[in-house]
Design a protein around this ligand. Structure first.
Ligand code: ADP
Ligand code: MG
Length: 590
């Protein structure tokens, strides 16, 4: 007797479900993508307990007739492709016809659907059709999935926490909303509205719906074009950053995709404008001939490969760098007008920080806030662009120093605070980087040669790197056992700090990584020297020295951040000052 048997359909679907639907988030993804494929303009996702108790997706799309409503739950039932040729020009999100069959095999489903005529209600339990009845004629579809994984307890156990499910669903719907700006999305969990977008067709409005007005105000519009690629979208000012990379969103031909190289280049373009462990908010739409891309069509992945990758990366990088270079990037101090209740400020900085923290990790949007934000969006103005990149810092007149640390400056626009250490660090960093990148090999002899003792392993490394140090402009020789002597050093080492600087450079050489990259190496030397040699806080400097520092800062390629990405300068506009002192609106006070 033969041992091979054809698997029964429900069992086969249950096995496939392991691949297609691993958690609540994947069910939501499949249902919402079906709604998008059905040309809906309004999609509502209602969850109970992050979807573990119930997931209901309601749309106003094409709907199904009775026959299709029943067929839809069969494996490989799809209306989206009919022959092999269709595979190569897929423009729907789904096409494998597996999702509904898989979901149905591990849950209880009620489907209500109508094409605008007499509707159909199908009830399915564990993959078996229980009943098919007539429903109302509202065009569209609603699918309610209950008791997900009730018959696959192992999977249920493996599902992460409710919070993780909800975070993953929120993230996914946010991305879908940003890639389908003409569709209204509503995401509700236990009756709370988490996401609500207006389907206005404008990307900036969708960004506002998802991230709120404070982020939207700090987004810059970008676009770029070459023979193969067309890019448009929004990037955040460097001062607006998040703790995770999840807010770098790339769409290719309208579809959210993931490409590690692309994300890396986007983040690297902000280098030294923001701290390295923080990430910008970016939404980029890339339009390209489909023949230049290869989308991995595994049901749960969105990985993509580009055949002209280098070209795309250069285009994206230049687009962002040029845009940032054109901006006056002095962060304006966020002023909250204090609200008093019984003589106590109830909206102090502490509260503001807490709110920021929450929205940083998991956006939660209340309806009322949403309405307000929409109104305010009309007042969002583009940050100031400058075209002479040498004049990115305005004229500033120093007045004094607070705590030996912050230089207070003024001009007709308001008041500025400069962190003198951060500013000096930036000036040094750019000077060192320039000199390291274009070594003139001009040296100065040390009056007293500097002898440095090393351990034997250090000695080996330093000796190996003599050529590198000589290229930089050092005159360096062995000196007895495990010692070296430095007789001359490059001219650009700051006078008075030569010995400190030399030791710091040797430290960097000792830490040199195996996969040596001269640019990164120079960058590291410039950063560590800059920090070491910058004026420390609490060091008194004269008004003249302040003016010199500001002038040098003005000449920097990026005067706004220290090499670690912290701001060098912040700004209080006259308006903010007046608002703080409650002068604005009270003309007679002036
Ligand atoms: P696929 O999306 O890969 O075609 P699914 O199992 O997700 O497979 O769905 C099967 C079919 O059911 C779809 O091809 C579509 O015809 C129909 N369908 C599913 N959801 C909807 C919906 N919300 N509105 C209209 N038709 C739908
Ligand atoms: Mg589908």
């Amino acid at each position: 007797m033969s041992k091979i048997k054809i698997m029964d359909e429900i069992l086969a679907n249950k096995i496939a479900a392991g691949e297609v639907v691993e958690r609540c988030a994947s069910v939501v993804k499949e249902l919402v993508e079906n709604s998008i494929d059905a040309q809906s303009s309004d999609i509502k996702i209602e969850l109970i307990e992050a979807g573990t108790t119930s997931i209901k997706v309601t749309d106003d799309g094409l709907g199904m007739d009775k026959e299709d409503a029943i067929l839809a739950f069969n494996r490989h039932a799809t209306s989206k492709i009919t022959d092999e040729d269709d595979l190569y020009r897929i423009n729907t999100l789904g096409f494998r016809g597996e999702a509904l069959a898989s979901i149905a095999s591990v849950s209880n489903i009620t489907l209500k659907t109508s094409t605008g005529l007499l509707g159909t209600i199908v009830v399915i339990k564990g993959g078996k059709v229980i009943s098919v009845t007539n429903g109302d004629a509202r065009k569209g579809t609603s699918i309610e999935v209950k008791e997900l994984f009730y018959n696959t307890p192992a999977r249920l156990k493996h599902m992460k926490s409710l919070y993780a499910e909800l975070a993953s669903i929120t993230e996914y719907i946010s991305k879908l909303a940003l890639s389908h700006v003409d569709i209204r999305f509503t995401l509700i969990n236990n009756g709370n509205v988490l996401i609500k977008t207006d389907g206005s067709g404008l990307l900036l409005k969708a960004i506002n719906n998802i991230y709120g007005i404070e982020v939207t105000k700090k987004m810059l519009e970008v676009q770029a074009l070459d023979g193969d690629y067309e890019i448009n979208g929004y990037i955040s000012l460097p001062q607006m950053h998040r703790s995770s990379r999840n807010h770098i969103i790339t769409l290719v031909n309208g579809r959210v995709v993931r490409n590690i190289d692309l994300n890396r280049v986007i983040n690297d373009s902000y280098h030294s404008y923001k701290p390295d462990n923080r990430y910008p908010i970016v939404v980029l739409n890339i339009l390209v001939d489909p023949s230049l891309i290869d989308v991995n069509i595994h049901p749960t992945k969105m990985d993509i490969k580009f055949s002209k990758m280098e070209e795309l990366l250069d285009l994206v990088k230049n687009m962002i760098i040029i845009k940032l270079k054109k901006q006056v990037l002095i962060p304006e101090v966020d002023i909250i007008t204090p609200i008093y209740e019984n003589n106590v400020i109830i909206n102090d900085v502490y509260i503001k920080e807490t709110v920021n923290k929450i929205t940083d990790e998991k956006p939660a949007y209340e309806n009322s806030v949403y309405e307000e934000q929409v109104l305010e969006l009309d007042r969002v103005s583009e940050p100031i662009e400058v075209y002479d990149t040498n004049k990115r810092l305005p004229e500033l007149y120093p007045i004094g120093v607070v705590h030996g640390t912050y230089i207070v400056c003024q001009n007709e626009l308001g008041m500025y605070l400069i962190d003198q250490h951060a500013a000096k660090e930036r000036v040094n960093y750019e000077l060192f980087k320039e000199n390291l990148g274009h070594p003139l090999k001009k040296s100065i002899n040390l009056i007293i040669p500097l002898t440095i003792e090393l351990t034997s392993s250090e000695n080996i490394i330093i000796k190996e790197n003599f050529p590198l140090l000589i290229d930089m402009g050092f005159e360096i020789e062995e000196f007895g056992l495990n010692s070296i002597v430095i007789k001359a050093h490059p001219t650009w080492l700051p006078s008075g700090y030569e010995n400190d600087a030399i030791r710091k450079i040797l430290d960097v050489v000792l830490e040199k990584e195996k996969d040596f990259d001269i640019t990164k190496f120079n960058e590291k030397i410039a950063t560590s020297l800059a920090c070491k040699l910058a004026i420390k806080a609490n060091m008194k400097i004269s008004i003249n020295e302040m003016e010199c520092l500001i002038n040098s800062l003005r000449k920097c390629a990026n005067p706004f951040n220290c090499p670690h990405g912290r701001p060098t300068i912040i700004y209080y506009s006259n308006y903010d000052l007046e608002k703080l002192f409650k002068r604005s609106g009270f003309e007679n006070l002036k």
